[in-house]
Design a protein around this ligand. Structure first.
Ligand code: COA
Length: 260
C-alpha cells in the first residue's frame, strides 16, 4: 500500500515504518495517524514479519507531537473524540499488537511523539534525542496515554515533574530514567535496533506474543497478571513452537520455529 505521510518497507523479516513529514518535524496529523494504523495492522497480520521498527525521517525529529494546527480550534467534545480515537486506533493498538514494536527515537519525541514511543514495546534513542510532554505549555494535557504510560515507565514523581514543567530531557537522562533501553549514535541507531530485532526474530513468535499479553496484563485495572501468565504459559504447551523449541534443545540443535 502507498501512503502520503509514512513509508513502510520490509527487509529480513523486519518491517520499517518511517513517519515522513520532515518539514513538520513528523508531527502527527489525522491522516498520518490513520496511515500508521493501516501500516501497523498490515505488518501485524503478515506472519513473515517478526519485528516492527518505527522511526522519523530526517535527522531532527522522531515526532514533534500531535499536529497543533489541526486541533487549535477544537471544542470540548472534539478534543475528547480526538484523544479517544487516537488512543484506540494507534496508541493502544500498537501496545497490544502481537508483533514486537521498537521505537528508534532519532531526535525530538515530544507530546504525541513521546506518547507514540511509549506505546511501543521498548525504545532505543540516538544521542541527539530530546523527550518531553510539553502539552501544559499549550494549555492542554497529554491525551494519547502520556499521563498513564509515563508514570509507569519513569515513576510518578518524575512524570509529574516532566509534565508540569513541560521540559525536555536528553537521551542520557531518559536512559537513567528507564524511558529508553539504550542510547547510540544517530548513524548506528537503526543498525542497533536491527541487531536487537534479529535476536527477537530467532525466538518463538507465538511465545513472544504471549509475553506481550502477559506483561501488558500487569497494567490493566482489575486484571490479575499472574493469572494471565498462568494461562498464557499453559497455552504455549499446545503450540508447534513449544514442540520444536524443546525438541531442538534435547537434540542439541538450533530451533526452527514454525510460528504456530
Ligand atoms: N504541530 C504542527 N507543526 C509542528 C509541530 C507540531 N507539533 N512541531 C513542529 N512543527 C512545524 C513548525 O510549525 C514548523 O513548520 P513551518 O516551517 O511551516 O513553520 C516546522 O515544523 C519546523 O519546526 P520549528 O519550530 O521551526 O523548528 P525548531 O527547530 O525551531 O523547534 C521544536 C523545534 C520541536 C522545539 C518546536 O518545533 C516545537 O516546540 N514544536 C512543538 C512541540 C509540542 O508542543 N508538541 C506537543 C504538541 S501537543
Amino acid at each position: 500500500m502507498s501512503y502520503n505521510n509514512i513509508l513502510s518497507e520490509t527487509s529480513n523479516s523486519i518491517c520499517f515504518i518511517t513517519i515522513n513529514r520532515p518539514n513538520k518535524l513528523n508531527a502527527l496529523n489525522k491522516e498520518t495517524i490513520e496511515e500508521l494504523h493501516e501500516a501497523f495492522k498490515e505488518a501485524d497480520e503478515d506472519k513473515e514479519i517478526k519485528v516492527i521498527i518505527i522511526t522519523g525521517s530526517g535527522e531532527k525529529a522522531f515526532v514533534a507531537g500531535a499536529d497543533i494546527s489541526e486541533f487549535a480550534n477544537f471544542s470540548v467534545s472534539e478534543g475528547k473524540r480526538l484523544a479517544a480515537k487516537g488512543q484506540e486506533i494507534l496508541f493502544d493498538f500498537i501496545e497490544n499488537l502481537s508483533t514486537p514494536v521498537i521505537a528508534a527515537v532519532n531526535g525530538f519525541a515530544l507530546g504525541g511523539g513521546l506518547e507514540l514511543a511509549m506505546a511501543c514495546h521498548f525504545r532505543i534513542a540516538s544521542h541527539n534525542a530530546k523527550m518531553g510532554l510539553p502539552e501544559v505549555s499549550l494549555g492542554v494535557i497529554p491525551g494519547y496515554g502520556g499521563t498513564q504510560r509515563l508514570p509507569n515507565l519513569v515513576g510518578k514523581g518524575r512524570a509529574m515533574e516532566m509534565i508540569m514543567t513541560a521540559g525536555m530531557i536528553d537521551a542520557n537522562q531518559a536512559l537513567s530514567y528507564g524511558l529508553v533501553n539504550h542510547v547510540t549514535s544517530q548513524e548506528e541507531l537503526i543498525a542497533n535496533c536491527e541487531k536487537i530485532a534479529e535476536k527477537i526474530s530467532r525466538n518463538s513468535s507465538i511465545a513472544i506474543s504471549a509475553t506481550i499479553r502477559a506483561i501488558n496484563a500487569n497494567y490493566i485495572d482489575g486484571v490479575d497478571g499472574f493469572e494471565v501468565e498462568i494461562n498464557e504459559f499453559g497455552n504455549c504447551f499446545g503450540t508447534d513452537d513449544f514442540t520444536e523449541g524443546t525438541t531442538a534443545f534435547l537434540q542439541k540443535r538450533k530451533a526452527e520455529f514454525p510460528g504456530s
